[in-house]
Design a protein around this ligand. Structure first.
Ligand code: 3HC
Length: 324
């Protein structure tokens, strides 16, 4: 009688599939650690999308004109949809929505540090689109090649919308850089505040990253934190230079030999302080999420009540059909 494969045989088969570039699907065997890593990353990604609605959402009612208002409305709605998409992707691994939301609201789960900085004026909205969504695209186009099927497919859809977010930001920054001296100064001030938090989005240096090695081995990540960060700097620095805007990093310099930019050291004390909940807006962001969750309780209760009523009715109809 054929023996059931041992776990080590299953792991070997799993890693062979990964090495051959196959996608792992929800019903496939996977190591518990692979599942855990993905639930961690995908749920925190979803939290980031939902919390990421807050800094920009605050400016929808203060947009300078109807066109900007409509674009920002669409962008913020997109981010909410990305969050739902990603929560669903995490649910395919066995995580429940309740657990994930609870982890966010109690401060147990992380979300991207970048959303714990304040948006002080309208120029921030353009710079966030250019820098924050620009960094997100670098990360998410990489994740579109992730070995876990539902995550990589979710990324394909999300990246399409993210490129709209990036373009609308770049359009604004170009307009302000080529506008009045006041507009250019506002854009420069926003870059000074958002540049380093955007670099921090890619996570700690590879040597300090506790998850990167395993994530690369199982092709959850296809590029490391530092590789993605470098690609972002190399793509963005020339854009700023072209517009006559300054990147707030005196060590930023093109390295002809390496064919990439050298740049300064990130303030890792600041990074970890923000990640650990002590950033400028961490408390405000969580309070807003808790308030929204509480305010939405009646909607969830009504939807659950309707679903229960509907399934009870369907069961009654089934019984009637069986009897007839
Ligand atoms: N903010 C908060 N926490 C961070 C972080 C950041 N910028 N960078 C790293 N961390 C955390 C990690 O979550 C991990 O903590 P944990 O074990 O408690 O989860 C710890 O710091 C160690 O970092 P690692 O580098 O070892 O962690 P990862 O291998 O997970 O790499 C990551 C970090 C690059 C953010 C990776 O998790 C990732 O690619 N996640 C998916 C994409 C994502 O979440 N992007 C966030 C931006 S959201 C967004 O882009 C929305 C767009 O519309 C703007």
């Amino acid at each position: 009688m054929e023996q059931n494969p041992t776990d080590s045989q299953k792991l070997t088969a799993f890693e062979t599939r990964i090495a051959q570039g196959e996608k792992i699907e929800p019903g496939d065997w996977m190591p518990d650690e692979y599942r855990r890593q993905l639930i961690r990353m995908i749920s925190q990604h979803a939290h980031s999308e939902i919390v990421g609605m807050l800094p920009e959402g605050a400016w929808i009612t203060r947009a300078p004109n109807l066109r900007r208002k409509m674009i920002l409305l669409a962008k913020v709605q997109d981010e909410g949809g990305h969050g739902q998409y990603l929560y669903h992707a995490a649910e395919t691994l066995g995580a429940t929505r309740e657990e994930m939301v609870e982890a966010l609201l109690t401060g147990k789960a992380k979300y991207s540090s970048v959303f714990n900085y304040p948006t002080l004026n309208w120029a921030d909205i353009g710079v966030i689109g250019w820098l924050v969504d620009g960094a997100a695209i670098k990360n998410q186009t990489m994740l579109a090649r992730c070995s876990y099927g539902p995550y990589s497919r979710a990324m394909v859809r999300i990246c399409a919308e993210e490129s709209f977010h990036h373009k609308q930001g770049k359009e604004m920054v170009i307009q302000y850089a080529l506008g009045t001296p006041e507009q250019k100064a506002m854009a420069q001030d926003a870059i000074n505040r958002w540049w380093w938090p955007s670099l921090m989005m890619f996570g700690p240096n590879d040597k300090d990253s506790q998850h990167t090695e395993q994530s690369m081995k199982w092709k959850i990540k296809r590029l490391t934190n530092d590789e993605l960060r470098q690609r972002f700097v190399d793509a963005t620095a020339p854009q700023a230079e072209f517009l006559g805007l300054t990147i707030p990093d005196p060590d930023l310099k093109w390295n002809e030999e390496k064919g990439q930019y050298d740049f300064g050291t990130i303030n890792w004390d600041e990074f970890w302080a923000v990640v650990k909940g002590n950033g400028p807006c961490n408390r405000q962001r969580l309070q807003a999420r808790v308030k929204a969750h509480e305010a939405g309780a009646w909607v969830r209760e009504a939807a659950m009540a309707y679903a229960e009523k509907r399934s009870a009715r369907e069961n009654e109809l089934k019984k009637e059909v069986q009897v007839a």
